[in-house]
Design a protein around this ligand. Structure first.
Ligand code: CA
Length: 244
């Protein structure tokens, strides 16, 4: 991230140790951070100190809970929001997405993982990509929607219509978490609880064809208790040679 184009992050977290650690990581990465220690301070900063590029929002907050803050902000803004939740709040995690959060992280998380999510979300939001764009290209994976063609490491993949739809749905928005229910509706086109398992078996087949190990995914990540997300593995690039 270039220093000339800092992104402003509103960081809402009541635990000082987490807030300080996350702020330090973000600042090191070139972000400008406005910290807020409770829900009221968060809304105050959001309304009186705009514009922000992204909000990191803890769910359990003093004064005004995170879900209320999220709802209030969503009423007036489509700013990207990442929710932070404690372990065991799976229902709340789903609710977080239903409230309009774009992504979430479960505590304890590594600041590095959070930064990766922040970057992915900003890329997704700020890419001027037409959602109808016809080609999705990631490291090692190329999807040509109208030609119904998928290439993995430059080799043709033989995918069924459902597998292709599933893969392109996930890959269109890297980092976004899809619930099984959403995938049933988007990929299979119907709406019935019993079919959520069908998504799991499609994902299983797709992973086999992509040679993707769920324990160390190159593309498709399982979000436990929720669904799936596409996040291509970052290949560490070789250090750039300096010109002499
Ligand atoms: Ca908290």
């Amino acid at each position: 991230m270039s220093k000339s184009d800092p992104r402003r992050v509103l960081l809402v977290e009541d635990e000082k140790a987490i807030r300080d650690a996350v702020a330090a990581y973000l600042e090191r990465d070139g972000f400008w951070v406005t910290p807020a220690a409770d829900g009221a301070a968060a809304l105050n900063a959001f309304h009186n100190d705009p514009p922000f590029d992204l909000i990191i929002l803890d769910l359990m907050l003093p004064k005004i809970p995170g879900e209320v803050v999220c709802k209030e902000i969503r009423n007036v803004s489509d700013i990207p929001i990442i929710m932070l939740t404690a372990k065991g709040e799976i229902d709340n995690r789903i609710a977080g997405l239903e409230l309009g959060a774009d992504d979430y992280l479960v505590k304890p998380f590594s600041p590095r993982e959070l930064i990766a999510r922040v970057r992915a979300l900003l890329r997704r939001v700020h890419s001027t990509d037409d959602p109808q764009r016809d080609k999705l290209v990631y490291d090692g994976l190329e999807l040509d929607i109208s030609a119904h063609r998928a290439l993995l490491d430059e080799k043709d993949l033989d995918l069924t219509a459902s597998e292709f739809k599933l893969l392109t749905t996930l890959a269109r928005y890297p980092g976004r978490v899809y619930t099984r229910m959403e995938l049933v509706e988007k990929v299979l086109g119907y709406d019935f609880d019993g079919y959520e398992r069908t998504v799991d078996s499609h994902v299983k087949n797709l992973r086999a064809k992509l040679n993707d190990d769920p324990r160390d995914p190159r593309f498709i990540h399982t979000v436990h208790g929720v669904g799936y997300r596409f996040e291509p593995r970052q290949i560490e690039s070789a250090p750039k040679k300096t010109k002499k």
